[in-house]
Design a binder for this molecule. Structure first.
Ligand code: FE2
Ligand code: FE2
Length: 213
């Protein structure tokens, strides 16, 4: 059940990609979907900002690691894709006469960032950057899966399914990039540490219907 790592990520079918993500150590509490369903404006707002942050994070990675050609080439279209996601969520809010609202404090990501190596080698810090994004994509994918299966509204179930598929691909890309530049055994070891740490966060975080994470 805890088999979470695939040494090499060839293009995969969505179903197996998503199944792999379910290897996250701790599944989302099923009550979260019900809470999210009754706070649609809040959850869409939080989701919109998650997409925006995903786009800006990819831009930051490109700026910081501009010498890594594959990374630059692979992440450039993801910026466009994530920004497209933001626009989709924004349109969904507006269609429902809901407001984007203000960005909220992201406890999940803030907690994750505490585990990032601040010292260590350049490679260690680079690895953590890629793995933190892989993890956020994986957890987002899992949350979208929950929404795509658990909401009553069929339109919204399909809406979230599209995000689920897309974020699954991003998760794989970040792992693949890590393996491109860094020894696979090292990636695997650090990835399992991240998964364990993330499960600890999920255990402690309050279940809130107004947050994607
Ligand atoms: Fe996205
Ligand atoms: Fe993504």
């Amino acid at each position: 059940m805890l088999a979470i790592y695939r040494p090499k990520f060839a293009p995969m079918e969505t179903t197996s990609a998503v199944k792999n993500i379910l290897g996250l150590h701790l599944p989302t509490d099923p009550r979260w979907v019900d809470l999210a369903a009754i706070s649609l404006e809040d959850i869409l707002t939080d989701h919109a900002y998650c997409e925006q942050k995903a786009a800006t994070s990819c831009i930051s990675l490109i700026q910081r690691y501009s010498d890594k050609e594959k990374l630059v080439n692979e992440l450039s279209p993801i910026v466009t894709e994530e920004w497209g996601h933001f626009r989709l969520v924004l349109a969904e809010l507006q269609k429902r006469n809901l407001k984007l609202g203000k960005q909220r404090k992201d406890d999940y990501v803030n907690e994750l960032m505490k585990f990032e190596q601040k010292g260590g080698s350049v490679e260690d810090r680079f690895l953590d950057k890629l793995l933190i994004f892989a993890l956020i994509e994986a957890r987002s994918c899992e949350r979208f899966k929950r929404l795509s299966e658990g909401l009553d509204d069929e339109y919204l179930r399909n809406f979230y399914r599209r995000f689920m598929e897309s974020e699954a691909g991003h998760y794989h890309l970040f792992i693949e990039l890590a393996e491109t530049y860094i020894d696979k055994n090292k990636v695997r070891k650090r990835w399992s540490e991240w998964l364990e740490y993330e499960a600890g966060i999920m255990e402690k975080l309050e279940i809130r219907g107004d947050r994607m994470h």
